[in-house]
Write a protein that binds this ligand. Structure first.
Ligand code: MLT
Length: 250
């Protein structure tokens, strides 16, 4: 059974480099793709919703002839994965939720998204990117994980204003998937950076408490970008979880 990775905002499949290498080394069939408006994917009109991202995900699985996958979503990718499993549970063999939340945006968060759109349209992606990097990385990572910071900066700057603003609107208008968590029956792994302030450990714990068959691990020395700030610890939990699923022969 393939393992499909969904990146966060405003990134691309590039963020999964360390995970793709580790999963392939361990013999897993990995699929990473760029969400609409991100990375190498088409941008279109920028009028995105999480529903549309889920439509795209289902179309991708259909196109590849995949009936079931292990789906791993990071942050905004987690919002997509959570709505997708609510809509199409039959397509999921297992679920991995990284630095994400089932809660919808509060009014305050929606207003912040609107302010970000205004800033990006006025000043471009660069000034938004610098503030965003400070919010998603652990302070110490700016000196200890310079390569990770630089690579995220590059990924953000390679995305378009239309794509980034479209994703902000999609996140602001997404539904709350908390009620559906108790219906998730596939094995689920919840990972979160110990210093994540965007989707904090408390949000991860709240999902873990509601998903029956779930495990949770807190990644040390990492904030929101846990998969890039501490890839060794992140991958260790990820691979251990996948090995227990016995999916290599499916
Ligand atoms: C992400 O990493 O995908 C975003 O920061 C999530 C968000 O802004 O809600």
């Amino acid at each position: 059974m393939p393992v499909l990775l969904i990146h966060g905002f405003p990134f691309s499949s590039e963020m999964w480099k360390a995970q793709v290498a580790a999963l392939q080394e361990n013999g897993f069939y990995v699929i990473d793709y760029d969400l609409r408006g991100h990375g190498q994917s088409g941008i279109g009109d920028g009028q995105y919703t999480v529903e549309l991202f889920v439509d795209d995900l289902m179309a991708l699985l259909d196109h590849l002839g995949i009936t079931k996958a292990v789906v791993c979503g990071f942050s905004m990718g987690g919002y997509v994965a959570l709505r997708a499993i609510e809509r199409n549970p039959e397509r999921f063999g297992a679920l991995i939720l990284c630095d994400t939340t089932s809660s919808a945006d509060s009014n305050e968060a929606k207003i912040k998204r609107a302010a970000s759109i205004k800033l990006i349209k006025k000043d471009g992606v660069r000034s938004f990117a610098e503030g965003f990097l400070k919010a998603v990385f652990y302070e110490q990572s700016f000196s200890t994980k310079q390569n990770a910071v630089e690579s995220v900066r590059k990924i953000i700057l390679s995305n378009s204003i239309t794509g980034i603003c479209g994703a902000l609107l999609a996140m602001a208008s997404r539904t709350d998937t908390t009620e559906a968590l108790s219906k998730i029956s596939v094995p689920t792994l919840v990972l979160v950076g110990e210093y994540d302030t965007i989707t904090p450990p408390a949000a991860a714990k709240a999902m873990h408490d509601r998903i029956q068959n779930s495990k949770m691990h807190i990644i040390a020395n990492a904030a929101h970008m846990s998969s890039m700030e501490n890839p060794n610890e992140f991958n260790e939990h990820f691979i251990k979880f996948l090995k227990n699923l016995n999916i290599l022969t499916d």
